[in-house]
Write a protein that binds this ligand. Structure first.
Ligand SMILES: [Zn+2]
Length: 221
């Protein structure tokens, strides 16, 4: 087995922890990039995974969900120079079935494309973006290294990657952390891993927008 982010085989087996429905989850921590990930054999089949997303009830008419997404959208807007908003191109990477940011983008005159391998699989890999947002999608990536590489190829020299995901810390108890109970959540960032991504994907700095939302900033040389 190798790390799904950096491909290292230097892994620490953290042992078995409680999952949902009395399931046992085995976790691994990569010794090189410090990504935490679940035993890959626990991953859902594609149809099961899709079905689970469809039962989330995250649609444009759900005011709780849209209020939550709007807060994130405002944090993204705060990172942008809106003087030429109509020229800003953003990709919502792993948007799920809803395309919520595309909805907010239209209201702000920011151009947003939505991509999701299960629901909106068309991705123009040659289109350059000013920003890419992975909003609660990173933790679902079976191959986070490949997903980040794909996304970063589409970033302009001056651009940002926003990742919204919860961070695993030394204080996290894997027996009670609700974030790992979702069977579609398979990989988890640590602070070290975020810094590893910054360095290895050539970002100049990480800005913490809130405890689970980060902007990785790319600057033209
Ligand atoms: Zn690794």
């Amino acid at each position: 087995m190798t790390c799904p982010l950096c491909s290292s085989s230097e892994l620490k087996n953290l042992g078995d922890f409680k999952g949902h429905k009395k399931l046992t989850i085995e976790f691994y921590l990569c010794k090189i990039c410090q990504l935490l990930f679940k035993d890959p054999s626990l991953r859902l089949a594609l149809e099961q995974e899709k079905h689970r997303y469809e039962t989330h009830n995250n649609d444009l008419t759900n005011s709780n969900y849209m209020g939550y997404m709007e807060k994130s959208w405002k944090l993204i807007l705060g990172q942008l120079d809106l003087s030429k908003s109509s020229e800003i191109q953003i990709l919502d990477y792993g948007c799920g079935p809803t395309q919520a940011f595309e909805y907010f983008g239209k209201k702000s005159e920011v151009q947003i494309d939505s991509y999701d391998p299960l629901f909106f699989p068309k991705l123009d890999e040659f289109k350059p973006y000013d920003g890419i947002v992975m909003h609660e999608s990173f933790e679902h990536f079976y191959q986070p290294g490949q997903e980040l590489a794909t996304a970063c190829r589409s970033l302009k020299p001056d651009s940002q990657l926003w990742i919204h995901t919860q961070i695993y810390t030394d204080d996290t108890d894997l027996n009670t952390w609700s974030y790992t109970r979702d069977p579609t959540h398979v990989v988890f960032l640590t602070d070290f891993c975020l810094e590893w991504i910054r360095k290895n994907f050539k970002f100049s700095k990480v800005v913490t927008l809130k405890s689970d939302f980060f902007a990785l900033i790319k600057k033209a040389k």
